[in-house]
Design a protein around this ligand. Structure first.
Ligand code: ADP
Ligand code: MG
Length: 450
């Protein structure tokens, strides 16, 4: 294997394991420049980039190499002396002006993300409506800034870029900048290194729309927050539209200055919830359609049921299924789908059960409604049912704790851990309760296998 083949394989390995944005920011520009028996040399754009890789991704890179190389390798870095001036930093996107390659890859909006292929459901319709409105009348509506928040994989980046794409499509003179907060910080730091931090901020001041993804990354980055705060105010005063995304409600963000949090909340804050089963099926169907694929309905439903609370993961399963089918020259069948999911979700933990079904079962059994169990009620009865649903989901499905939490009323993984502990404790203390749980498990599993 030569250096490029090896590094390409490693990149695939890494890409599978980190967020798309992080991958683009930190790995897109890294290339292998040399490989011998002991050492692989990776070229990075600057010193900061190297330090970042070393501190955050060292293990991942090592593991990627271990996985793909026949013998142990040491990683060496070489840093490029860049001649790119900071003036270039604003990623002004316009259809008429060609943008240098490489540049384009990172900063240009991805044309794949448009409103047309964003499937609407109860879980995201408000966010989509707000996004559309902002794209149609940027800066001229009460939604400035618009802030969209959700757990990962539910469509924030898609909506954010769809806004930019729509605006540019309607008016190619519009200067739209899309970037992640991580990239913003990286650019800022590199401007400091070059003593050009004033240029850095000036370069953003003439944009018409600023789209900043994953703002939670600003947490504890005080200098970057400061810079962003001034930029924000400047653009806001000029009536320019700002759209932000984040992984939680701004009031729950730690390590952000109060004044920034209050700015973030001064426009419209909308969330995206995990999609229900019907929406998940619709999304998968649309993806398959767009790619010109025919997938039997039962397979689509099967995937949509097995993977909840993360559309990206669901798409990943579909992609793996297609890959396997073409590799083996087999049709896409339930059988093949089972194999893929087994592979993806782990051999032992895999079952056909979905959290949805468990929630429905518990509701029937405890005679409460789904709305109650997924809602905020804290009455003892509802709380117990909710904890049971979490516990059974943990026991009977391969879903992660985070996934279970997201699905059962948008709780976080620590709530799920607490629920499971509580049920365990109750079962130890109360023999009857223990028996009930065993019955429930059997009933759920039995029904599924029938
Ligand atoms: P986030 O930024 O919230 O982590 P993304 O926007 O990257 O999530 O979405 C993950 C994947 O799921 C993307 O491929 C996106 O196109 C897809 N996706 C999310 N929501 C929808 C939707 N409502 N309709 C179609 N595809 C969607
Ligand atoms: Mg995203």
């Amino acid at each position: 294997m030569n250096k490029d083949e090896l590094w390409d394989k490693c990149l695939l390995y890494i890409k599978d394991r980190i967020q798309e944005q992080a991958f683009e920011t930190w790995f897109d520009e890294v290339i292998a420049t040399n490989l011998d028996n002991e050492i692989i040399t990776l070229q990075v754009p600057n010193q900061f980039h190297y330090e970042w890789l070393e501190s955050k991704y060292r293990h991942l890179i090592d593991n990627a190499l271990k996985e793909n190389s026949q013998h142990p390798l040491i990683v060496n870095y070489s840093v490029v002396i860049s001649d790119k001036s900071v003036d270039e930093i604003p990623k002004l996107i316009s259809k008429t002006k060609p943008i240098p390659r490489g540049y384009q890859r990172k900063s240009q909006l991805n044309s794949r993300y448009i409103f047309d292929n964003f499937i609407e459901g109860k879980s995201n319709q408000f966010a989509k409506a707000a996004a559309l409105s902002v794209a149609d009348t940027p800066g001229q509506n009460p939604y400035n800034p618009l802030l969209i928040y959700s757990s990962p994989g539910l469509g924030k980046t898609h909506l954010l870029q769809a806004i930019g794409n729509k605006l540019i499509n309607q008016n190619s003179d519009m200067r739209v900048v899309y970037l992640t907060s991580e990239k913003f910080m990286l650019d800022f730091i590199s401007s400091i290194q070059k003593n050009q931090s004033t240029n850095f901020i000036n370069s953003y001041r003439n944009v018409d729309m600023l789209l900043i993804d994953d703002v939670q990354f600003f947490q504890s980055k005080e200098q970057t927050q400061e810079q962003f705060f001034h930029l924000f105010n400047d653009l806001f005063q000029k009536g320019k539209q700002i759209v932000l995304t984040t992984d939680r409600h701004p009031s729950e963000m730690k390590g952000l200055k109060d004044r920034l949090i209050s700015r973030f909340q001064s426009g419209l804050v909308v969330d995206i919830q995990p999609p229900d089963l019907e929406t998940r099926i619709a999304i998968l169907t649309k993806k398959a359609e767009d790619d010109g694929l025919e997938i039997p309905y039962d397979v689509t439903e099967f995937i949509a049921e097995a993977i909840v609370g993360d559309i990206r993961a669901m798409e990943g399963a579909l992609v793996k299924l297609l890959a396997l089918s073409s590799l083996r020259r087999e049709d896409i069948t339930m059988n093949l789908a089972r194999q893929v999911l087994k592979n993806l979700l782990g051999e032992n933990s895999y079952t056909d059960l979905s959290i949805d079904k468990i929630v429905k079962y518990v509701c029937r059994k405890m005679k409460i409604s789904e709305r109650q169990i997924l809602g905020k009620s804290r009455t003892m009865e509802v709380a117990l049912a909710r904890q049971l649903a979490m516990f059974l989901s943990k026991e009977l499905t391969s879903a992660s704790l985070a996934n279970i939490g997201i699905h059962i009323g948008g709780r976080d993984h620590s709530t799920v851990i607490h629920a499971c502990k509580n049920i365990d404790k109750k079962a130890i203390e109360d023999n009857e309760f223990q028996k009930k749980i065993v019955v429930m498990k059997n009933e759920i599993a039995g029904k599924e296998n029938a």
